[in-house]
Structure formats: structure tokens, C-alpha cells
Design a protein around this ligand. Structure first.
Ligand code: FCB
Length: 447
């Protein structure tokens, strides 16, 4: 084993999302989000769970900030609940909701931890969903106003902003497959949602620039490191299609390349065109300061002539986590190399990377050695890609600080480096938290 160091000034953090940890779903004037509604529909969430309480972070944030401090985090990435600050999505702001984020930001700064704010991590105000949600172009305009409200309120203390977390998931899983909120299955809706999410990103970045806000702003996309399943031409072509549908649809417009022709053609041939208006693509291409990369695994791709998209994921070759993701520690280094080559080596921040591992406490300790080994591999691959100049990566956030409400899986799938007992709300830092502290302290990983 040798120490693989990160560059000086590299930032290590942990990430969470509002609906997954806050709880207090009906307190202090918060409005309903699409997740409050979705979780109440029978059969949507495993065991009929809901995020009403989750990690009760809304009340326990001080304890959680102390945990972050003990681990040694340099930064903390969290998301704002839009309906907590704007109960109806637009109009009058909820002062109590804003005050919560004020306190959290101040508490982080006092603890020496830099806040990183995600504006949208999937919990749209239900009031906007009632007007069509992301299918309605107007939601993109409301998002820009909401972003503005937060820039104004927290911008004096927050220097890193993320517009969207994984818009692909909102479009694909929320509107095509219908397995996440708002639970719609409609390809026309999906095309509209893709475009309106990206448009809303561009509009928010534009506001940020127009007002000369300090700090940096970017978008975080969902990624998989795609590989052809074998050496055949069919698999190679299928893999390129997977990159078009998944990676390039979300990065292309942000980097001024527009939507991939294969994807445009697919949606158009299904009567589901992107509702692009003049000026939209210029707006989406507004300059960003960094690219947020979320990555959990790789996927081997092969052709599937039966499906109109023309490809599918081949059977996993490697052992998988309880989420079914292949344990592929090389995937993070591979992906940052790929995306850097593709888009001219933008500054990258790994905004999520982590491991589902359900190791439970024994004698008061959680020895999640499987998570530790996989994190070690991810970090080593990342350090190598930086060291050989393939990628300009500035920071890394582990997903997640806490075990939390894992969307349609409920609390059954654990990603935290801190164990949460959802009955008592007791937190226990796991072996992986000790490992991560060590990485942070040494600014490097032993691998
Ligand atoms: C990502 C999400 C995050 C969490 C992890 C496991 O896709 O951004 O909220 O669900 O996966």
C-alpha cells in the first residue's frame, strides 16, 4: 500500500438531501412537496414508509454539525427544501423556513465547515406540480425566482451552489418509468421535463451572474461509467448510444453542444419533441464554474434491437451491493477521465460517491469494512486520474453523512458513514467514518 495524495486545497465533504434527512415535513409553515404526496400513495415506497421524520435533522442539526466536525469535514453539501421556504412554490416566502437554513449555515461556518447548497434535490412544491410541475415551462421561471431568493438570503455566506441534483433521475424515473415522484409514465412528459429542467438551470445561472454573486455555481448530473459489454461493433455502438442518452443529453446542452442527434431523433420519432424555444440553448449553456459528478458504479452495455433506444445493461460481472450496483472501484477514475476528455477538462467536483452497505451495529460498533474497501478504491482511482493530469478535480463529497430515507427504498438501504437508529435517532459513526477522517487528515488515501 502507498499513500495516494490529493492536491493541496482539495476539499473533502459529505452530502445529504433535504427530504432524505430533515423530517419536520409539516412544521413551521412548510408546504407540501411531491414527495410528501407520493409517499402517501399505496405501494410507492417499500414498507409504506414516508420521510415525515427521516433523520429528524431539522431538530438535530446541531448534533449533526458536531458529527461533521468530529469527522473533519471541510465542506457539507445539503439541499434546500423548496416548499419549506416557498410553501406554494412562488409568492410569499416562509420566514421560519429560511431561518432554519440561516441557522444551519451559521452553525457550519462556526464549525469551520464550508456550506455547499443544492437548490433542487427532487422535492418540488406540490402546488407547482398541480400546475404541471416540470412539464410546464413556467416551473423553470419559478425556479429562477426561488434560486434568486436563496442567493439573496444565503449568498453572503455560501460560496458554492448547485442548481440541480441529477435532473436525469427526475425526468427518467419520475416521468418515464414513474417509480419516483411525481410517478408519471409518459414519454412526451419526459421530453418536456428534460428541457425545462435544463432551462431552469440556465435561468438560475444567469440570475447568479447578472447580480454579480460571489462564489461558484454548477450542476450535478447522475453518471455511470459505461463500457461496451464485449469487443463487438454492436456493443461499441450501443455503448455510445447509452452515453448519448444518459451522459450527453445532460452535459451537451450545458457545454453548448445541444442535445445529441440520436436522442432528439428518438424522442421526435415517438411524437415527443423537446419544446425548445429561441434562445433556450444559449441560456442553458450559460457559463458554469464547475461540473458536479455523482457516480456510484459502472455499467456494461450491449445492443438490444427489441428496444427503441437500442441498448441495455448487460448482466453484472462483478459482485453487487444491495442496490444491485456492481462493486466497481475503478468507475470513478474512469468516469472523470471520460467526462474531462469529452468537455475540455472542466473543473470537477465529485458531489456524490458512496456505497450501500447494511452492516448493523454489534457491540456498539459498525464495522462496515465492505464500504471502506470500496471507498478506498474509488478514492485511489480518483487520486490517480488527478495525478496523471487526466482530470481537474477540486473536491469530493461522500454520499452520505447519515443513513437516510433512500427514496422508494425507504430507510432499508443504508449509505451513511454514520449509522442512524430510526427508532431512537441515535447516531453511531461507522468504521467508514474513521477511515474517511484519516483520508481527510492525510489528504490522501492508502491503497
Ligand atoms: C443518488 C441521489 C441521492 C441518493 C443516492 C444513493 O442518485 O442523488 O439522493 O439517493 O443516489
Amino acid at each position: 500500500m502507498a499513500l495516494r495524495s490529493f492536491p493541496p486545497g482539495f476539499v473533502f465533504g459529505a452530502a445529504t438531501a433535504a427530504y432524505q434527512i430533515e423530517g419536520a415535513a409539516f412544521e413551521d409553515g412548510k408546504g407540501l412537496s411531491i414527495w410528501d404526496v407520493f409517499c402517501r400513495q399505496p405501494g410507492r415506497i417499500e414498507n409504506g414508509e414516508r420521510g415525515d421524520v427521516a433523520c429528524d435533522h431539522y431538530h438535530r442539526w446541531r448534533e449533526d454539525v458536531s458529527l461533521m466536525q468530529r469527522i473533519g469535514l471541510g465542506s457539507y453539501r445539503f439541499s434546500i427544501s423548496w416548499p419549506r421556504v416557498l410553501p406554494f412554490g412562488s409568492g410569499r416566502a416562509n420566514e421560519a423556513g429560511l431561518a432554519f437554513y440561516d441557522r444551519l449555515v451559521d452553525g457550519l461556518l462556526e464549525a469551520g465547515i464550508a456550506p455547499c447548497v443544492t437548490l433542487y434535490h427532487w422535492d418540488l412544491p406540490q402546488a407547482l406540480q398541480d400546475l404541471g410541475g416540470w412539464m410546464n415551462r413556467d416551473t423553470a421561471l419559478r425556479f429562477a425566482d426561488y434560486a434568486d431568493l436563496l442567493f439573496g438570503r444565503l449568498g453572503d455566506r455560501v460560496a458554492r451552489w448547485i442548481t440541480h441534483n441529477e435532473p436525469l433521475v427526475t425526468a427518467e424515473y419520475g416521468h418515464r418509468a414513474g417509480v419516483l415522484a411525481p410517478g408519471i409514465r409518459d414519454l412526451r412528459a419526459t421530453a418536456r421535463v428534460i428541457h425545462h429542467l435544463l432551462l431552469s438551470h440556465g435561468l438560475a445561472v444567469r440570475r447568479f451572474r447578472e447580480q454579480g454573486r460571489r462564489g461558484e455555481i454548477g450542476i450535478t448530473n447522475a453518471n455511470t461509467s459505461f463500457e461496451p459489454a464485449d469487443a463487438s461493433d454492436e456493443s461499441r455502438i450501443a455503448c455510445e448510444r447509452a452515453r448519448d442518452f444518459s451522459t450527453r443529453t445532460w452535459h451537451g446542452p450545458v457545454y453548448g453542444r445541444g442535445y445529441p442527434p440520436t436522442v432528439v431523433e428518438h424522442y421526435e420519432s415517438h411524437g415527443a419533441p423537446f419544446p425548445i424555444e429561441p434562445g433556450d440553448l444559449e441560456c442553458i449553456a450559460a457559463k458554469t464554474d464547475f461540473l458536479g459528478v455523482n457516480l456510484y458504479s459502472r455499467s456494461r452495455i450491449e445492443a438490444d434491437p427489441e428496444r427503441s433506444i437500442g441498448f441495455r445493461a448487460a448482466k453484472p460481472e462483478l459482485p453487487t451491493t444491495p442496490m444491485g450496483y456492481e462493486k466497481a472501484p475503478f468507475a470513478l477514475g474512469d468516469f472523470v477521465r471520460f467526462v474531462s476528455a469529452e468537455y475540455g477538462r472542466p473543473p470537477i467536483i465529485v458531489t456524490e460517491n458512496g456505497v450501500c452497505d447494511d452492516t448493523a451495529p454489534a457491540n456498539g460498533r459498525v464495522d462496515d469494512v465492505g464500504r471502506v474497501e470500496l471507498l478506498r478504491g474509488f478514492l485511489a482511482g480518483l487520486a490517480d486520474a488527478i495525478a496523471d493530469g487526466s482530470a481537474d478535480v477540486r473536491g469530493y463529497y461522500v454520499w452520505s453523512l447519515l443513513d437516510n430515507f433512500e427514496w422508494a427504498y425507504g430507510t432499508g438501504k443504508r449509505f451513511g458513514i454514520v449509522w442512524v437508529d430510526f427508532e431512537t435517532q441515535k447516531r453511531i459513526p461507522k468504521r467508514s467514518a474513521e477511515f474517511y477522517s484519516d483520508v481527510i487528515r492525510r489528504n490522501g488515501v492508502e491503497a
